[in-house]
Design a protein around this ligand. Structure first.
Ligand code: NAD
Length: 477
């Protein structure tokens, strides 16, 4: 049982204002595995005030970027030393498999932190421009940042905000999700031990009410949000009222295009990984698979067979490929889409419900839907579970049109033996990231969405820019 009864505000572990707690329930056992304070609006106010004070009168923003980078690197070392503990914690709190936690949920945020430390050392925070008229162009930290994050990759999403914000010299109030708030406490401990000055990083868990209160504080200069498109729109509207800076990483309904020359076995293996990543609870999951009519049946057979082979079960077990969904509510949502698929005329060729042998835990079988038309709701809305729709196409141009026929634009992939043809397809699909044959993205590449998948980019220099204001100072010649 992981119990945290304090909030991290102003460099201290402070007693929360209220007595409400958030119980964290293991998705595998359905038992309470942890407890954290539920931050009140008053707690948020204290955290914002601490962040404001550290930004306005503290040392962090005035510290040389290379020294800030040293603190980031020390925190990365401390987190790396706690990898096993953190991986277990994330598996326990939100149910991702031990393998995914050990090899992605923990190392990816640590390498993100190190990459922003490197950027802080090399980034041109100031530059001279002009000839007769001279300007000094200064990149200043944007100020107090509210970071609001979801539960699915809790530490990675948090780090994609906290690392660039701290590298830039900002102060942060982090509101983790109520489902997976525990890893944020370890993060706060690591930064405090690494020498981050008091008030620069504050952590207050809470739900919708705490989140909205945080977003609407006048002293918050920028909101960095990852979560659903519906909540992203609400946050954007709230930020618009006072023109607060806002960046949004939202949902997706990414399409994989299987070209006719794609080798079956390798493509199926790659797509099983990208479709069911994090048990389908990933914004970038390839949940629409577009296959030509000529190869449709062959692909469906192989993909369904591969889906059936995936071991569903205890996420702590190293052999498990698909863990439980995060909550009973999330499973209901996914089951609602499975029922809707049937009503819309689609058919599950494998899966379609709860695994019979797992009565405890919020499990859903890997499910492959066929007979799906791109106009159906199951092809248009984010399901956020292990559910893949296979959609036939008539020609590569038609495949690109179907991929683009979406309100979302986060990710996508193309599968082919001809990499140049794959890159050509990639250029025509309107998404923020794309992969040829499942190749992984460089950690220096920007990440973010077109259309309703978001506004702004994370990672790389673009990710640092998101936490900087630009000032031009005209200097007499
Ligand atoms: P969510 O939108 O329900 O919640 C996200 C966070 O916002 C939580 O911390 C929640 O407490 C808070 N929140 C909820 N309502 C709020 C409000 N009105 N004001 C302020 N804060 C509020 O999303 P979720 O269910 O936690 O996460 C799943 C979603 O996140 C999916 O849509 C997924 O695609 C998306 N996601 C996107 C990315 C990306 O990088 N694009 C990455 C991971 C997850």
């Amino acid at each position: 049982m992981q119990v945290r009864d304090r909030l991290h505000i102003g460099g201290d572990w402070v007693v929360p204002e209220g007595s409400d707690v958030i119980e964290v329930v293991s998705p595998a056992t359905e038992q309470v595995m942890g407890r954290v304070p539920a931050g009140t609006p008053g707690d948020i106010d204290r955290a914002v005030a601490a962040a404001r004070a550290s930004f306005d009168t503290g040392t962090w923003r005035r510290t040389a970027p290379a020294e800030r980078a040293d603190v980031l690197d020390r925190a990365a070392d401390l987190l790396a030393g706690r990898t096993d503990e953190l991986a277990r914690l994330i598996t326990d709190e939100m149910g991702s498999t031990a393998t995914f936690s050990r090899y992605v949920q923990v190392p990816a945020p640590i390498s993100t932190l190190r990459s922003f430390a490197r950027l802080a050392r090399t980034f041109a925070f100031e530059e001279q421009r002009g000839g007769r008229a001279r300007s000094l162009v200064v990149h200043e930290p944007v100020g107090v940042v509210a970071a609001i994050v979801p539960w699915n990759t809790p530490l990675l999403v948090t780090m994609s905000k906290v690392a660039p914000a701290l590298a830039a010299g900002c102060s942060v109030v982090l509101k983790p999700s109520p489902e997976a708030p525990l890893d944020a406490f370890v993060l706060a401990e690591a930064f405090a031990e690494a020498g981050l000055p008091p008030g620069v990083l504050n952590v207050v868990p809470g739900g919708r009410e705490a989140g909205e209160h945080l977003v609407t504080r006048r002293d918050v200069d920028k909101v960095a949000f990852t979560g659903s498109t519906a909540v992203g729109k609400r946050i954007a509207a709230l930020c618009a009222e006072r023109l607060a800076r806002v960046s949004l990483e939202l949902g997706g309904k990414s399409a994989a295009i299987v070209l006719d020359d794609a080798p079956l076995e390798r493509t199926v293996r790659g797509l099983l990984g990208l479709a069911y990543v994090n048990s389908g609870q990933a914004c970038v999951a390839q949940t629409r698979v577009l296959v030509s009519r000529a190869r449709h049946d062959e692909f469906v057979d192989a993909f369904a067979e591969g889906s059936r082979m995936l071991r569903v079960g205890d996420p702590a077990d190293a052999d498990t490929a698909i863990g439980p969904l995060v909550s009973a509510r999330q499973r209901e949502r996914v089951e609602g889409y499975l029922a809707l698929a049937q009503q819309e005329g689609a058919k599950a060729v494998t899966g379609g419900g709860r695994p019979a042998d797992l009565p405890t835990g919020w499990f859903v079988e890997p499910t492959v839907l066929v007979g799906v038309d791109n106009s159906m709701r199951v092809a248009r809305e984010e399901i956020f579970g292990p559910v893949v729709a296979v959609i036939p196409y008539d020609s590569p141009d038609h495949a690109v049109a179907v991929a683009n026929d979406s309100d979302y634009g986060l990710a996508g992939s193309v599968w082919t033996t001809d990499v140049d043809a794959g890159v050509d397809v990639a250029r025509r699909v309107r998404t923020g990231t794309y992969s040829v044959n499942g190749a992984p993205q460089s950690s220096a590449a920007p990440f973010g969405g077109f259309k309703q998948s978001g506004i702004g980019r994370e990672f790389g220099p673009e990710g640092l820019h998101a936490y900087l204001e630009i000032k031009s100072i005209a200097v007499p010649a």
